[in-house]
Design a protein around this ligand. Sequence first.
Ligand code: FAD
Length: 307
Amino acid sequence: MTSEKTADHSTGADAQKQKLPKISFEFFPPKTEEMERSLWDSITRLAPLHPNFVSVTYGAGGSTRERTHATIARILKETDLVPAAHLTCVNASRADIDDVVARYHDVGVRHIVALRGDPMTGIGTPYCAHPDGYQTSAELVGNIRKNYPDVEVTVSAYPEKHPESTNFDADIDVLKAKVDAGATRAITQVFFDNDLYFRYLDRVRARGIEIPILPGIMPMHNFKQARGFVTRAGTTVPDWLAEKFDGLDDDQETRKLVAATVAAGQVQKLFKHGVENFHFYTMNRADLVFAISHLLGIRPNGAQKAA
Ligand code: FAD
């Protein structure tokens, strides 16, 4: 197993000592006014950490098309953050999707997270592309890059392979197709065992894929709820992790402390092994990711400290 640094053929250990990791944050578009306020409290708290970019998800089946757009547009208007808009191919024709991309480009978005998306009939059921739609995520990536060479495209990656995939080779074939189509970065599905990530990186690098593969880190604010969700998406929740939340169902405060400690430990170990970029699934909450970023040495407005 190699570290990310070895695999990337980048700088040595000395350089890393002075380097701080780069971070990015994922949010989801709010449904209600109250959720909107809480999202913006989080954005306001996290913005001074100067993330590389902040991404906003696209609801299942395109259900948040307008809300994702509104959130991205507000980020562009009211902050200095660089927004990345998620977009899926589900339930939409090519023309519809091209229209969404054009609208993003018009308001100044230069970063799209391009995805196939989950079947309308739910995770675990067969995926059927829209008859007039993009048939694969690679096709979507290629089209965005062709029409808008100034738009960066990020894609997904699966350290435990995607649940629909028969094996790792087939899974990495899809990643390779997306990179060949012009993707310049991937973000992983959430994982809790760092060895899975490093093994996956070895496989990916062995296939000659050199783009950064950002680990997707999810602090488990609400373990019970998040466990169901991530398991359905194909992430293994190890027993040791479940045991850490044992008996805390009614103790939100302790759960928060445990969630921050676990995620901070995971991130610090990855960093020690040369990982330089981290993508946090914030669940629209700032407190835990702010604390974890602090432990990595990241301070508001550049008052940084090497970790
Ligand atoms: P792809 O990149 O096209 O494929 C991923 C893997 O699925 C492939 O490597 C392959 O192994 C397998 N696969 C794909 N198609 C087939 C097939 N026909 N047969 C067999 N195997 C196949 N979902 C949303 O709805 N909105 C979001 O905003 C969103 N954001 C995400 C962000 C990240 C970083 C990640 C990791 C996932 C996100 N998802 C989101 C979930 C994603 O839509 C699902 O995981 C979906 O099932 C696959 O989409 P994809 O773009 O990863 O697929």
